[in-house]
Design a protein around this ligand. Sequence first.
Ligand SMILES: [Zn+2]
Length: 696
Amino acid sequence: MTQDTHQKVTSLHLRRNAYLYIRQSTLRQVFENTESTKRQYGLRQRAMALGWPEERIIVIDKDLGQSGASADREGFQRLVTEVSLGRAGIVLGLEVSRLARNNTDWHRLLEICALTDTLILDEDGIYDPAHFNDRLLLGLKGTMSEAELHVLRARLQGGIRNKARRGELVIKPPIGFVYNSEGVLVLDPDKQVQQALRLLFDTFRRTGSASATVKLFRQQGLLFPRRVASGPQKGERVWGALGHCQVLRILHNPRYTGAFVFGRHHIRRTVDGHCRVVAVPQQQWQMLIPAAHSGYLSWEDYQQNQQRLRENAQAIGSDRRRSPAREGPALLQGLILCGRCGQRMTVRYHVRQARLCPDYVCQREGIEHAQPVCQHVPGSGIDEAIGALLIDAVSPVALEVALNVQQELQSRLEEADRLRLRQVERAQYEADLARRRYMHVDPGNRLVAESLEAEWNSKLRAVAEAQQEHKRQRQQDRQALSDEQRAAILALAADFPRLWRDPNTLDRERKRMTRLLLEDVTVFRADMIVLQIRFKGGAARTLSLPIPPNAWQQRVTNPEVVRDIDRLLADHTDGQIAAVLNERGIRSGEGKRFSRTIVARIRRDYRLTPRYDRLRAAGMLTVQEMATALRVTPDCVKIWNRHGLLHGHPYNDKNECLYQASADNLPQKVQGHKLSERGLAKEITSVSAKEVQCEA
Ligand SMILES: [Zn+2]
């Protein structure tokens, strides 16, 4: 190869640029392996020796510090672009086969180099990928470097696995653990760290909720330790507010039981070249050594916590992000956005009258930092309004309008078609004119005849072109809807409301239909619930809905009824009021018939003045007072009242009364005969004696 080096480089190559591609996989290599970087830059001298002027040697070192396995290496992509545009005469690299991320990339680069006649140079020599031998060699180099990478990785991984199998692998310990000087994992000697972790586990055991744990730390102003993951402070311990994610991470981590675990996560490469960390189920962990070192809780506690977290997750519902439509009836699951903070809202269900009712809640920030919920909107009303809107949007009328617009456009097209036809006619006319001119010329005048013939021909060509263009456009416009298609579309629109309302239609299907029609819905709760609805295709609508009454408000007594009760209290007892209201056909807030107790409860709840106080305020006397005034016993007053001798006002349903201290409230006998005090007393005694006899 070396002997024909100079034959491979031609003036054609020298006229183009030389590209020097430099890469060190990691930042550490960039700093420590400077020798290799120097060698890479040294290739520039080789290029100059081959005849490239210095200013035409372009160095691509954008990918320094990026591994060949990383997905977007800007520098390499630029190199490929330059090569494919034919701007590169030669590509220089230390171990060229390592240029590419993998063999596929490498072979593609070789292919492109061969097509654009670009040379490749490394420390071993110069290659022309268009030559079979060189290409074979370069291909082998690529394969070898990939194999080398594989062997290296396998050896490393094998070592790691062996160590893990013995439980000796040093893995970055979670917060609360440190390696001591003998390399044994022990609890962090800092008592504050230990206490913080113990409090976390205790709180979760007590409350069974990660949110409640975050809340407790926040309420008490407690900080929690964590290790800095990156940056200049990497590995240092800092104290900060406890977050929901952090609690979950700690609760899910089996190492807190003192177990040695390996292979809880698996890194999966995606089609776009990115990596994704996937959690592996417990049964498939590569290594689990229980009680390998001291811990904060027992294995049983850990399992219980896992169970608890699983149940919590189901209770909260995974109806969260923009996920596939689920079975729950919440129509806007995954489509609804919070108008206050812009986050996607989640769905919560509650049961009312044996039916699942959705609520839309913006709680993600709240859960993470134990803050109050951002917005909470009852969902039934919203779902109903959206359903009505969709039925409206897909109504036959709306489609009719759309089809009419389509027809209107069609008729315009016919106008355009007529204009195009006129163009054809005009071209035809000009061609006829040219033909006539040619016919009239003297055949002896050959020069003129020839030019006229040429003109006629070109006009004929123009006619053909115009005709073709007309035909093509006409066909394009011919996509009008037939009556049959029109009818089918309208029938579909008529079907939509029927399908929507059909009780047999699954909620999931309804949600799918919604997703076909709507882009998203933004909700804002103020005095009203305001919905901003975006349809697929860009149309937008705004709806305002009243806030539906909550469970308490729904059962509240009508204020009109409360006023009635207040009015009736002037002349009626609770029991009488209940009878009056029932007679009027009025029902309580809960829809029941009124009873004495219900009226009494309303009276108390609304702090209506009791009848007793009203009567007292009107100056009425108690039994005792009346007895004193009449100089009889209280029993006597009651007996007289019962027999109509006195006029008492009952203040409750046990017929206990208050009495007016007026003239007509004295027994007639007492009134008629102006008896002396003594006589009065005698009379009263005799009456009461008689009454007592009667009673007996
Ligand atoms: Zn919000």
